[in-house]
Design a protein around this ligand. Sequence first.
Ligand code: ADP
Length: 348
Amino acid sequence: MSPDFIREALRQVRYPGFSRDIISFGLVKDVKCEPGLVTVHIEVATRDPKIPEKIFQDCHAILDPLPDIGTVKVEIEIKDAPAAAGVGGSVGKSSIPGVKRIIAVASGKGGVGKSTVASNLAVALAATGAKVGLCDCDLYGPSVAQMFGIDEKPMANEHDEIIPLEAHGLKLMSMGFLLDDRSPVIVRGPMATRYTQQFLRQVAWGDLDYLVLDLPPGTGDIQLTIVQTVTVDGTIIVTTPQEVALIDARKAVSMFAKVNVPILGLIENMAWFEGDDGKKYFIFGKEGGVREAEYMNVPLLGQIPINIETRERGDSGAPVALVSPAQSKVSAAFHDLAAKIRAKVPVS
Ligand code: ADP
């Protein structure tokens, strides 16, 4: 009986509610094999007592029947899930030194404007005088490099940490900075997880009031890995008003609730198009996000119209929130969002 053998067996124990196992989540901190006794030490940070209970039972169910194993002792240490924005915490997490608050921007599906919201929120938060960083965590479709017109590669410091790039007063980091446009990323599964974790831990952010994380779209293991690797103070879910997007937004809300990451609220993007005549056209349906927020009992943080300037500025490296709010309704909506986030997740 060896620790490696036990670890391999424990790969069959899934984190409750997710498809990934406790080994790949890094929750198994120590395995000791002595004659007639195997001790497994697990660390979980959660406020839900059912989670350690289930992990405990599942570990025993896998290990106890193994031949010649002797006594199995499963020790589960429940780490205090730090209170974040007044509620909850997430699993097995650690903070980023120097960063006061971490806000994640998520969506159930791609193409709803999650990166647009993350970038413009970061710009608008910086305009309130806060020190802000933006981290694009999308391994498969990084877009922050384009949204901020950056094609430099970041350098490493003497501690082998990546130094973020800077644009418009923000510190920026993106998987896109590390990849070549022409080389499609084909890391999957555990490799993708490890790469993402390493990426999150190895950026020298310095002192920040807010770090905005642009999460990959969807509600899978990679999103869970991110909220498990760093302390997320709150998540904003972006959706468009049509039914297909709302269904996925609902999944995202329930996923973050499951791991105790506070949901700050929903943003309805592409809510309408305002014509030259001042008339609003509800291209993707009217107020789907408003109804969904009510249904899910989460705050509606704002409605962002669809407009050409937003898309053009996103593509050309100068996000629309840089325009004076008096001159752009979309910019005003993002500055309003930033004010709400500052109030909900204050930096002391
Ligand atoms: P996601 O991150 O959800 O995949 P993006 O933020 O990359 O979505 O947005 C997809 C496309 O839609 C981009 O070209 C972006 O400029 C455009 N877009 C997003 N929101 C708006 C908006 N409110 N008005 C106009 N174009 C938008």
